[in-house]
Design a binder for this molecule. Sequence first.
Ligand code: HEM
Ligand code: HEM
Length: 189
Amino acid sequence: MSTDISASPSQYDRNTILLHGLTAAIVIYQFLSAELWDYFSRLEKNFLIISHMSLGFLLAVLLTIRIIWRYRFGIRILATAPSLFDQGAGALHILLYALLVLQMPLGFCTRWTDNQPLNVFGLLISSPIGVCTKSTGHLVDQIHDINAWIIIGLVGIHAAAALVHYYFWHDEVLQRMLPGLRKSQRASL
Ligand code: HEM
Ligand code: HEM
């Protein structure tokens, strides 16, 4: 992979934009599938759980590529004179990355501490951690669940901030990640 030198520094490169979109779509799917599978019949619930594990594995791969890309090749947009708001946004991005990274081993262990193999697109990956008690399984499950809610809460703040930039401050922050978007117009009175 090579750096997209055609991108202007006021816009993220194509790979960063693609990785951001894919990560966002999978994270949202992970949350919705897990919160909704109890409302489905056994067969559909099984499908949702297996797709959750399979896409979870894919997310772990994408996240690794994304972090390497960000620090090694991708365009990073830094404010020249960072305001408190910019610093807050930067801290939120780092926190999001950290919690997403933590969610990966927690997801794997949620299954393994239930003494079941991970099912990744039909491939069964057995537990490398031996037999666990019911209470260990329950604890890991709870931590994975709580972390999921924190991630979704932060994503909500993050997406709301991006929309405030676009609709209220009329700057180009959202277009840096969604370059196809029309320039935000101030409403004329
Ligand atoms: C699950 C969903 C999402 C996750 C996990 C996520 C995560 C991230 C992360 C970690 C960054 C920092 C990029 C970097 O510097 O490497 C970022 C940037 C950005 N995201 Fe998201 N994002 C999500 C959804 C969204 C949504 C729905 C929007 C739009 C409404 C959005 C708009 C943006 C924008 C505009 C930036 C660039 C901010 C800047 O340049 O300061 N994101 N996102
Ligand atoms: C940001 C990513 C993720 C989110 C938001 C998420 C969210 C959730 C939530 C909310 C639950 C339900 C917990 C409960 O009700 O107690 C769950 C369960 C689970 N997750 Fe995740 N998860 C993510 C990533 C992963 C990954 C990477 C894996 C592993 C590949 C994984 C594997 C599992 C398993 C095995 C369960 C339990 C399924 C069952 O009940 O049999 N998750 N997840």
